[in-house]
Write a protein that binds this ligand. Structure first.
Ligand code: PLP
Length: 440
C-alpha cells in the first residue's frame, strides 16, 4: 500500500475510540518518527506533545531500544510461558522490581493496560479467597476513572460513555467513589490542588454501606489521565490508603500512564509517598515500542498463593503472549535507557519549565483551567453551549494542522510529552496551542 492511502482505502480499518466517519473524511496520518517528532506521509514534521498516547517516554525510535528488538527478533521469535519460560523474562522481572516501592517484588506480565487492570482485579479477588476471606467480592472504582476496556475495567471505570453501550452486562458488586475534579475551588492549581482531601472519606461511607468485610479492592489512578489529567488533592491518596488499611481492603494504583518517569519518579506511589498493594502498568514499560503490560504485587499477596500443594497451579490466569520475547527485549532496553539517560530525574527537572509554560495560557480565549504535575498537564476549555467536546476536538485538529500532536478528551487538551523534551520544545508546543486558541 502507498505511504498515504487513497481515501477509499481507509474503509476496512475500524479505528478505536474515534469517529471513523469524521476521521476518514479528514485523516491525520503519521508514518515516521524520531525523538520528539512524528512526520506525516507528506513529510510534515509534528511535535509530539503526548508521547504518542502517553507511551513513548524515551522519545521515538530510540536506537538502543530499536537494536534490542531487532536482536531479539533474530534470536528467538516466541517462547511459551505456560510450563516453560525464557531466561530474559526472569531477568527483566528482577530488573523492574529494583525500582518498585518497598515490599513489591513480584510481577505478572500482560500485553496492555486493559489486561493489567483485569489481571489486578482477578488477583485481588483470588487473593482474598486464598486467605479464606471469600466474602470479599466487591470492587470500588471512581467516577471519571479510566481502567481500559475489559469488562472488569469498564465496570470499575467511571466514564459514562465507555459503559453505556454495555451497561446491562457490567460486573455486579461494583461501586464508585466521587471524582475529585472541582474547578470551583481548584481552578488553575499548580501541582496538587489544595481542596478535596475530604472526598476520600466517601470510601469509609461506601465501605459502611456495603459492610467493609465484603470489599476486595479499591482501584484508582493516582492521577486520572484519560478523563483529562485530574490531579489528586493534597492528602487525598494518603486518606484512601488509611481507610483501606483500616478495613483490610487492597489498594490498586492504576499507573498505566503515571509509571516510568511521567511524574519524575519510577511510580506515582513514590511521587506521592503512598504505597498501594498492587500496581498496574503498560505503555511506558516498553516506551510504547512493543505491546506489554505488567502487574506488580506485594510480596504478601504473591506468598498467599504459594501455600497450597506444590504441584498445583496457583493462579488460573495468563496470556499466550505474557512476557513475549520481543516485549521483554524492548522492556529491558527501555528500562536501561531510562536509567542511563537519567530520564526520571530529567522529567522532574523539566516539570517546572512545563508548568510555567502551560500556565502562561491562563488568559487565552476559552481557557477555564490549567493544571499540571510532573510532565502531565491539561488545558480545559469552555464547552460550546449544547455541543460538548466540539471546541476541544476543533483545537486538537487545528494543533495537528499547525504541527503539534495533543490529546483531547471532551473539551480538555492533555499533554504528556516524551521525557526527553527540551525547553525549546515546550515553548514551541505551548506557542502552537496559544495560536490555536486564538484562532478558535
Ligand atoms: C490508567 C489506564 N488504565 C488502563 C488503560 C488501558 O490501557 P490499554 O489501552 O493499553 O489497554 C489506560 C489507557 O490509556 C489507562 O490510562
Amino acid at each position: 500500500m502507498a505511504a498515504n492511502p487513497d481515501r477509499q482505502d481507509l474503509e476496512s480499518f475500524w479505528l478505536p475510540f474515534t469517529s471513523n466517519r469524521a476521521f476518514k473524511k479528514n485523516p491525520r496520518m503519521v508514518s515516521r518518527a524520531s525523538g520528539m517528532h512524528y512526520w506525516t506521509p507528506e513529510g510534515k514534521q509534528i511535535l509530539d506533545g503526548v508521547a504518542g498516547l502517553w507511551c513513548c517516554n524515551a522519545g521515538h525510535n530510540h536506537p538502543k531500544i530499536q537494536e534490542a528488538i531487532k536482536a531479539q527478533a533474530d534470536e528467538m521469535d516466541f517462547a511459551p510461558h505456560f510450563n516453560f519460560a525464557h531466561p530474559g523474562a526472569f531477568e527483566v522481572a528482577n530488573r523492574l522490581c529494583e525500582d518498585t516501592p518497598e515490599g513489591i517484588n513480584h510481577v505478572f506480565f500482560t500485553n496492555s493496560g486493559s489486561e493489567s487492570v483485569d489481571t489486578a482485579l482477578k488477583i485481588a479477588l483470588a487473593y482474598h479467597r486464598e486467605r479464606g476471606d471469600a466474602a470479599r467480592t466487591k470492587l470500588i472504582g471512581r467516577e471519571k476513572g479510566y481502567h481500559g476496556v475489559g469488562f472488569g475495567g469498564i465496570s470499575v471505570g467511571g466514564i459514562p460513555l465507555n459503559r453505556r453501550q454495555y451497561s446491562a452486562s457490567l460486573l455486579p458488586g461494583v461501586d464508585h467513589l466521587p471524582h475529585t475534579h472541582d474547578l470551583s475551588r481548584n481552578a488553575f492549581s499548580r501541582g496538587l490542588p489544595e481542596h478535596g482531601a475530604e472526598l476520600a472519606d466517601e470510601l469509609e461511607a461506601i465501605a459502611q454501606l456495603h459492610h467493609p468485610s465484603t470489599i476486595a479492592a479499591v482501584i484508582i489512578e493516582p492521577i486520572a489521565g484519560s478523563a483529562g489529567v485530574l490531579i489528586p488533592p493534597v492528602g487525598y491518596l494518603k486518606r484512601i490508603r488509611e481507610i483501606c488499611d483500616r478495613h483490610g481492603i487492597l489498594l490498586i494504583f492504576d499507573e498505566v500512564i503515571t509509571a516510568f518517569g511521567r511524574l519524575g519518579s519510577p511510580y506515582a506511589s513514590q511521587a506521592f509517598d503512598v504505597t498501594p498493594d498492587i500496581i498496574t502498568t503498560a505503555k511506558g514499560l516498553t516506551s510504547g515500542t512493543v505491546p506489554m503490560g505488567a502487574v506488580f504485587v506485594k510480596d504478601s499477596i504473591y506468598n498467599a498463593f504459594m501455600e497450597g500443594p506444590g504441584q498445583a497451579i496457583e493462579l488460573f490466569h495468563g496470556y499466550t503472549y505474557s512476557a513475549h520475547p520481543l516485549a521483554v527485549a524492548a522492556c529491558r532496553a527501555s528500562q536501561e535507557v531510562y536509567r542511563e539517560e537519567g530520564l526520571y530525574q530529567r522529567a522532574a527537572e523539566m516539570a517546572p519549565v512545563f508548568e510555567d509554560a502551560l500556565h502562561s495560557l491562563k488568559d487565552e480565549p476559552y481557557v477555564i483551567d490549567v493544571r499540571n504535575y510532573g510532565l502531565m498537564g491539561a488545558v480545559e476549555l469552555q464547552p460550546i453551549d449544547g455541543k460538548p467536546g466540539a471546541r476541544g476536538l476543533d483545537a486538537m485538529i487545528r494543533a495537528f494542522e499547525s504541527g503539534a500532536m495533543v490529546r483531547v478528551t471532551g473539551d480538555i487538551l492533555a499533554f504528556s510529552p516524551p521525557l526527553i523534551i527540551e525547553p525549546s520544545h515546550i515553548e514551541e508546543l505551548v506557542e502552537c496551542v496559544r495560536k490555536v486558541l486564538c484562532s478558535l
